[in-house]
Design a binder for this molecule. Structure first.
Ligand code: PSV
Ligand code: MN
Length: 426
């Protein structure tokens, strides 16, 4: 389905005067407080988040999966879906592909389609957590950490193949998430598993073109429930350092034990120049992979506070790769992704209007009350008019969810693709 520019303009027309009133009021207020509204709008417009190719269909749990009608069945259709989200929000200008689920049949055609939708190829993701058809070795007992060198070699070769595919698409990052670990005490020798993992990652790293980056995810548990080889940010950081300059830690918000202070992790990694990428989602209990900002919006804001600080002050940290990594079990995946994008933009905008100078003074004077007042003043500001204005200036719609519904996008996708298509997912 292609959304016509005229449709977007028509939708905006009916909302425009209300938006203008709200925007003028907020922008005047922020200007009086010394905020450069134009700069904030500019930063919001430039902020692009990659959509994971595995999140465009219905997700599932180990108990079941309830398909969503009109799901994209091919890579081309996935790119079209990202195109729809990007068209409406102007915030989703990239897609993150998972191999072997998304191997292009015709590279030229896929690249052309992505360009048509103004979509770039962000990090490519390898998959050594499932056994693919016709492979010799099984990942049942791990991949890059496996005790058996043939299994490790196969997993390394797969990652190298993913790099080759990424190269052909113009991507320049590889994300590795391992399911490796152990289910029972005594099953693994921790030191052997970590050493194998480091050596395997070095072999992959050395195969990357000179301008590529390697992102290493960590996760404390699942699918292994006793230990995971890359359990936390410290382990990922250590492995990244062991690989070299262009290897970085990737923070996935859901990959922490309850109540972990994620903003502090973000801050330390940026100080060391080793934060490479980000997977946004939200959770109540574990790696719940639900809509960004749906459970802990204040924590997300505090994380963005550190990101904004780091992007300004830690010039040794490279430009970050922003991605969503969520699963949509009951909501329309495209609507869910739009909600996530809005929550990300909102947290970013709120962090951008924090009075950093007064905060620094209050911190230096140990004025704890003022520190909290400053953070919460920004958090309590309704910044949505800024986000709408950024979208409007970039050619998007003022209200993407409403537009999605008014344009009957899902109905159109069902007509085009049918009720029973199934997308690859996690
Ligand atoms: C599994 O936990 C996971 O959600 C990781 O976060 C990866 O990034 C993603 O799957 C894709 O492999
Ligand atoms: Mn992830």
């Amino acid at each position: 389905m292609r959304i016509q520019e005229q449709h977007l303009n028509d939708l905006n027309k009916s909302e425009l005067s209300r938006h203008k009133n709200q925007y003028d009021f907020l922008s005047q207020d922020l200007t009086n407080q010394g905020v450069s509204v134009a700069e904030v709008i500019n930063k919001l417009s430039n902020f692009q988040v990659a959509i994971p190719s595995w999140a465009l269909g219905a997700g599932g749990t180990r108990f079941g999966r309830f398909s969503f009608a009109g799901e994209p069945a091919t890579l081309e259709q996935k790119i079209e879906d990202v195109g729809i989200i990007h068209n409406l929000t102007q915030t989703a200008g990239a897609v993150s592909l998972h191999i072997p689920w998304d191997v292009p049949q015709d590279y030229k055609a896929v690249k052309e389609l992505a360009t048509e939708h103004k979509i770039k190829f962000d990090a490519v993701n390898s998959n050594t957590f499932q056994d693919q058809k016709e492979v010799k070795e099984s990942y049942k007992y791990g991949s890059l950490s496996n005790t058996n060198s043939s299994v490790r070699d196969q997993a390394i070769a797969h990652n190298k193949e993913v790099i080759e595919i990424g190269k052909k698409l113009g991507a320049n990052k590889l994300t590795v998430w391992l399911a490796d670990g152990s289910s029972f005490p005594g099953q693994n020798n921790f030191q052997t598993a970590l050493t194998h993992t480091q050596n395997s990652l070095i072999s992959i790293y050395e195969d990357m073109p000179a301008h590529w980056k390697l992102f290493i995810e960590y996760k404390p548990y699942e699918p292994n429930f006793y230990s995971t080889v890359i359990q936390d940010w410290g382990t990922s950081f250590m492995l990244a350092n062991g690989c070299g300059e262009r290897a970085y830690t990737l923070v996935d918000l859901g990959h922490h034990l309850p109540n972990t202070n994620i903003e502090q992790i973000v801050s330390v990694l940026m100080l060391k120049g080793k934060l490479g990428g980000f997977h946004f989602n939200d959770s109540k209990y574990g790696d719940d992979d639900i809509t960004v900002g749906s459970i802990k919006p204040y924590a997300l804001f505090l994380i963005f506070n550190e990101l904004v600080y780091g992007m300004k002050n830690n010039t040794n940290n490279p430009e970050l790769s922003w991605m969503i990594d969520a699963s949509h079990n009951i909501k329309d995946p495209l609507e869910d992704l739009i909600q996530s994008l809005e929550a990300i933009q909102e947290a970013y905008a709120k962090a951008l209007i924090i009075d950093q100078i007064s905060l620094k003074t209050a911190q230096d004077e140990n004025d704890v009350v003022t520190c909290q007042e400053i953070l919460q003043a920004a958090y309590r500001t309704d910044v949505r008019p800024l986000i709408r204005e950024a979208r409007l200036q970039s050619g998007g719609v003022l209200n993407p969810i409403q537009a999605y519904r008014k344009l009957s996008v899902r109905k159109n996708l069902i007509t085009e693709r049918g009720m029973r298509t199934i997308a690859t997912e996690l």
